[in-house]
Design a protein around this ligand. Structure first.
Ligand SMILES: C[C@](O)(CO)[C@H](O)COP(=O)(O)OP(=O)(O)OC[C@H]1O[C@@H](n2ccc(N)nc2=O)[C@H](O)[C@@H]1O
Ligand SMILES: Nc1ncnc2c1ncn2[C@@H]1O[C@H](COP(=O)(O)OP(=O)(O)OP(=O)(O)O)[C@@H](O)[C@H]1O
Length: 303
């Protein structure tokens, strides 16, 4: 048997970062949104543990490990039973792009394993497994628009009355998340313990009004990401000059995302940025968290 789960990329509409905790993680107050770029993870019963990774044409998957360090493989090790398994990952989410691509694969593998073996584990059990895999992984299970606190793993859905149109510009070379956090610490040695709260952003989401949301977007990791990659500042300025309501770095970067006023507006920004950038994508949010898209007999069962 084999089960395929689809999981979405995330962006952070608000990312408030506090001073590092004793365990080295930063306290966050963030608002995640799942947007319509997806990885598919298929988990199959197999004779031995194997993994294969492929990508849609705009994705360079060469940086994705195909050993026990792959987060989907770590997810299966976290799961309570079963195996061996074959894991097939098909990536559409940029790698090391600040869009939680690895986290999406971890969440997808947890859910696929649960459904493949008909375990029906309760949500809180899956969410606890997800939190052990990484700070962004619980949100990848939940999806939609949600507030994240703690180190990002404590996730609570929030009211969002909009359908938001985004333009997404990945970079050819990724950025390391720990490196961006370390640079934040260098730039802000006196950061407050409590991260900035998303008060106006929550009101903007409830209003469904794009201009209001654009004004409220906030990312404390944007400054360190642009300091490490100054060209991201040029990209954001260009997108805004071409009609986006607001551009920002996605999470720890280097992917940049642009909020647009409508589908037509987003197509105009895609066209304009495509003159200068190789890969320019369009996406909507919010979309669902990790969900099963197929369950079938594996090929070797059918022979
Ligand atoms: C930048 C964000 O994507 C924003 O949502 C996340 O905070 C990153 O989440 P993630 O990639 O799932 O992060 P994890 O796998 O848990 O941690 C990777 C590394 O990022 C840093 N990290 C992560 C989360 C956090 N709240 N504080 C941190 O300092 C730590 O150096 C950690 O070792
Ligand atoms: N399934 C996976 N897909 C992508 N990268 C993976 C995976 N498993 C492990 N990795 C490793 O994790 C690193 C970070 O990849 P990922 O695509 O999750 O970054 P990211 O989107 O910036 O993460 P985040 O936004 O959660 O900080 C990669 O460089 C790679 O070495």
């Amino acid at each position: 048997m084999s089960t395929t789960v689809r999981a979405a990329a995330k962006i952070n509409l608000h990312l408030g970062v506090g001073a590092p905790r004793e365990d080295g993680f930063h306290p966050l107050d963030t608002v995640y949104q799942a947007i319509s770029l997806y990885d598919d993870v298929t988990v199959s019963d197999a004779g031995e543990d194997t993994i294969a990774v492929s990508g849609t044409p705009h994705i360079d998957v060469s940086g994705v490990p195909t050993d026990a360090t792959n987060i989907a493989v770590r997810a299966l090790a976290e799961a309570p039973c079963g195996g061996p398994h074959h894991v097939q990952i098909t990536k559409q989410i940029p790698v090391a792009g600040g869009m939680a691509g690895g986290s999406a694969d971890g969440a997808a593998a947890l859910l696929a394993h649960d459904r493949l073996h008909d375990l029906g584990q309760p949500d809180d059990v899956l969410l606890a497994q997800a939190a052990r895999l990484g700070s962004d992984v619980p949100f990848s299970l939940v999806g939609g628009t949600a507030r994240g606190r703690g180190r990002g793993e404590v996730v609570e859905p929030i009211v969002d009355h909009g359908t938001w149109w985004w333009v997404v510009v990945p970079a050819a070379v990724g950025l390391s998340t720990p490196e961006v956090y370390r640079h934040f610490d260098r730039l802000h040695p006196d950061a407050p313990a409590q991260p900035a709260e998303p008060t106006e952003l929550l009101a903007a989401l409830a209003s469904g009004e794009p201009v209001r949301l654009a004004r409220a977007l906030h990312n404390d990791l944007q400054e360190p990401a642009i300091d490490l990659r100054p060209e991201l500042g040029d990209l954001i300025a260009l997108g805004e000059a071409e009609g986006a309501l607001r551009g920002m770095v996605s999470g720890s970067g280097p992917t940049c995302v642009f909020l647009c006023d409508s589908q037509v507006g987003s197509m105009e920004v895609v066209t304009a940025l495509s003159a200068s950038y190789d890969v320019v994508l369009s996406a909507i949010g919010p979309v669902a968290g990790a969900h099963v898209v197929s369950t079938r007999e594996a090929e070797w069962d059918l022979r």
